[in-house]
Write a protein that binds this ligand. Structure first.
Ligand SMILES: CC(=O)SCCNC(=O)CCNC(=O)[C@H](O)C(C)(C)COP(=O)(O)OP(=O)(O)OC[C@H]1O[C@@H](n2cnc3c(N)ncnc32)[C@H](O)[C@@H]1OP(=O)(O)O
Ligand SMILES: N[C@@H](CCO)C(=O)O
Length: 498
């Protein structure tokens, strides 16, 4: 009986059964290095539905060893996707409200083109012929995927660790395509210490004789020991000293006394070996080399200045750090915060309290859901409004107004002057009235005292205005009463469908 209850609860909170899909680029991908990649494939998953206005899409970016499978269950899997704590019905990344996209990075080994893929020029695996890629290249490939899904603008981009680097790269590279950004436990440039840890990991792989200069895919044994060692070193940096004490203390593994030799004594050793071995089963050593290089090269400063590097950012940003993260410590998140502040970007900062260390972004469900949900649901008119507003001039024939409503599928048309200043609004109901009352001009039927809103007005306030005035559409205007967009109850109900 207990099992049945568990399954029902799990299904309700999860996106359920999911499958990975594949996007094949029809054009070449030009990389930051100048090299060209042909026949690029990006593996991705989506959760939820894209709404009619296509303004509810959220892109999730994964960390070093992640993949496209961020939520839900693959057939016969024992564990759900890696961000199940955050994605699903009723969670911060609510699949009943949002259309969530998660893709495997370029250079990865879980379905997207990487060093283990077939090089179309040779029909063999790329190995080291795969070009060095950067975080900017990864994001460029994601942009192609997003465009292929017919999305012009993302409601949000969110990710932790290297996923956070992609988030920052998105808002730097494509400032007009992202409304909200949530970089978590990350940095705007890799520090010498971060590069140092990556280099030690790479050397562990490269010095494994089975690595064979990257040419091992058709060999019986690949660089398993090197990859496992790289992961063991890296995994220490994902934990905190405190969490290691909590998990293992100085407990011994299957013995009562230390052995006075070089066999395994401590639980923490056993744990690290387990993590190393598990990693080898799911990850490719060459991908590890390429991805860690991309992390090392990551630097959003321009001429040595992060303020300069962030100067074109238009998105709203929620920076999240973890107090026990010593790999990407809060100070690096505060640097991001300060550089954004210096550019007058709308930015806020939250620091999760956790003993888990860096990997807390995969584990602290309660705090993460709270911060992310608050940031996403604090929706403003500008987040939701349709910027492609059909407008009309005062002297337009009523018949043409009716035709325009039909062709543009709208029931409200703002009337504007030559400067795009709002003069009035005409509804489908006004047009019916014009027939009943035999009116012949727009001036006779349009509402002149139009109730409007500002782009920074909250959806709560807009909904209240609509309810109190019994209207279903509000033009969004600037201080000069020039029209910037339009909001309808339809858009609000799509966003708040729960
Ligand atoms: C971020 C992305 O985009 S995706 C990538 C995220 N995924 C990963 O990094 C996968 C590997 N990492 C982990 O498992 C991470 O530790 C986390 C953050 C995902 C999970 O953290 P926790 O829930 O605290 O798990 P923990 O670190 O204790 O590891 C548990 C595993 O270690 C094993 N383990 C625990 N103690 C020991 C021990 N003394 N000896 C051997 N194995 C041990 C457990 O059996 C368990 O195995 P399982 O994963 O096969 O079930
Ligand atoms: N543990 C995560 C975070 C690394 O930054 C991963 O393996 O991707």
């Amino acid at each position: 009986m207990k099992n049945i209850i568990y399954v029902v609860t799990m299904k309700k909170e999860s996106v359920g059964s999911v499958e990975t899909k594949f996007f094949n680029m029809d054009k070449d991908l030009k990389l930051e290095s100048g090299k060209i990649l042909k026949d690029v494939t990006i593996a991705y998953e989506t959760y939820g539905k894209l709404n009619k206005e296509k303004n509810n899409a959220i892109l999730v970016c994964h960390a070093l060893s992640g993949d496209a499978h961020a939520a839900g269950w693959h057939y016969e899997d024992k564990k759900p996707g890696w961000w199940e704590i955050l994605i699903g019905p009723g969670k911060a990344l609510d699949s009943e409200k949002y259309f969530i996209i998660s893709s495997n990075i370029l250079g990865g080994c879980s379905g997207s083109t990487g060093p283990s893929s077939i090089n179309p020029a040779t029909s063999k695996t790329y190995n080291l012929d795969f070009p060095v890629i950067t975080i900017k290249d990864m994001v460029k490939a994601q942009k192609k995927l997003v465009e292929n899904l017919n999305i012009d603008k993302l409601l949000a981009v969110v990710g932790g660790s290297m996923g956070g680097m992609q988030v920052l790269q998105w808002i730097v590279s494509y400032p007009d395509m992202v409304k909200k950004a949530i970089p978590i436990a990350t940095t705007a440039h890799s520090s010498p210490q971060q590069i140092a840890f990556n280099e030690v990991g790479r050397q562990a792989i490269i010095t494994d004789s089975h690595w064979n200069n990257g040419d091992y895919y058709d060999k019986e044994i690949g660089p398993r020991n090197g990859l496992a060692l790289a992961r063991m070193i890296a995994h220490i940096t994902y934990l905190s000293d405190e969490s290691m004490y909590e998990k293992f203390g100085r407990d011994l593994k299957d013995k009562k006394e230390v052995s006075y030799d070089f066999s395994m004594d401590f639980q923490v050793e056993s744990y690290l070996h387990y993590q190393g071995d598990a990693f080898v089963k799911r990850f490719d050593a060459n991908s590890y080399l390429y991805i860690t290089k991309a992390i090392d090269y990551f630097d959003l400063s321009s001429n040595g200045s992060l303020i300069e590097g962030f100067k074109n950012i238009k998105s709203k940003v929620q920076v999240i750090a973890i107090d026990s993260d010593w790999l990407y410590p809060p100070d690096q998140s505060k640097d991001i915060l300060m550089a954004l502040n210096a550019n007058s970007v709308d930015v806020s900062y939250a620091e999760l309290k956790s003993t888990y260390g860096h990997d807390a972004f995969l584990l602290e469900g309660g705090q993460l859901n709270y911060v992310v949900a608050n940031f996403l649901t604090n929706t403003l008119a500008e987040d939701l409004m349709d910027e492609n507003v059909s407008t009309i001039k005062k002297d337009m024939e009523l018949k043409d107004v009716a035709m325009l409503m039909m062709s543009d599928y709208v029931t409200h048309l703002p009337v504007v002057n030559e400067d795009n200043r709002l003069l009035g609004i005409v509804t489908a109901w006004d047009l019916s009235k014009s027939i009943a009352l035999n009116c012949s001009s727009l001036d006779e039927i349009m509402t002149k005292n139009v109730i409007t809103c500002k782009s920074d007005e909250t959806i709560d306030s807009i909904s209240r205005k609509m309810r109190e005035n019994d209207i279903s559409c509000l033009p969004v205007v600037d201080d000069d009463f020039k029209i910037e967009g339009i909001i309808t109850t339809d858009q609000i109900s799509h966003l708040l469908s729960d």
